[in-house]
Design a protein around this ligand. Sequence first.
Ligand SMILES: Nc1nc2c(ncn2[C@@H]2O[C@H](COP(=O)(O)OP(=O)(O)OP(=O)(O)O)[C@@H](O)[C@H]2O)c(=O)[nH]1
Ligand SMILES: [Mg+2]
Length: 206
Amino acid sequence: MPHFYIYMLKEKDFIKVNFEKSATTREQAPPFKLPEVAFAGRSNVGKSSLLNAIFKRKNLVKTSSTPGKTQLINYFNVNDQLYCVDLPGYGYAKIPKSQKIKWQKMIESYFVENSALKMVYLLIDSRHDHLDSDREMLEWLEYIEVQFTLILSKTDKIKKGEIEKRVNFYLKEYPAAQCIPFSTKNNLTLKTIKFDIIRAVDKNKV
Ligand SMILES: Nc1nc2c(ncn2[C@@H]2O[C@H](COP(=O)(O)OP(=O)(O)OP(=O)(O)O)[C@@H](O)[C@H]2O)c(=O)[nH]1
Ligand SMILES: [Mg+2]
């Protein structure tokens, strides 16, 4: 198997990014094989906002205060070395059932037998207790043996002490995973997240 990149992805490479493609099925994924990391989580949890922060862009990835903004599987090409994949959200009560089923199928088809996928960044809203929809998603990721890192999002909305408590809760619940708190209001852990991505793709070249 050839390696498709010869030098290691660096933190500064994350700004060399372009939106490559939207897809609804894996068959429509870009033909060019690169390692992938995906951003998953409930609708409105902050997946697309985190990607903009990673890319240092304001609006490359479309965000909205209304849940259900991302409706397709969106591939962002980082320096021809990596795809960051923005997924539609799940778990939002007000979205019609037919739409939910469609997205669920889309998300599932993305994950299954995807050898390019090196890590899933599962965003969890730091304000909530462990919700059933997140629990189910995590159980499923464990079942299909996909590696995941938890990102506790919107930590600007909770107290500092509370952040630590939540992080410890998830570390205990999912000992194999990392748990990184994050807020777009201060970007304090952005470097940590980027280095985690670099580590995830470097140890598993396509
Ligand atoms: N306070 C705060 N708001 C945030 C943060 N991250 C995202 N948001 C806001 O949360 C809303 C949803 O953000 P998105 O990034 O669109 O969320 P998403 O997970 O991509 O949502 P879907 O595409 O609908 O699944 C937007 O109004 C963002 O501005 C954060 O760290 N802190
Ligand atoms: Mg989105």
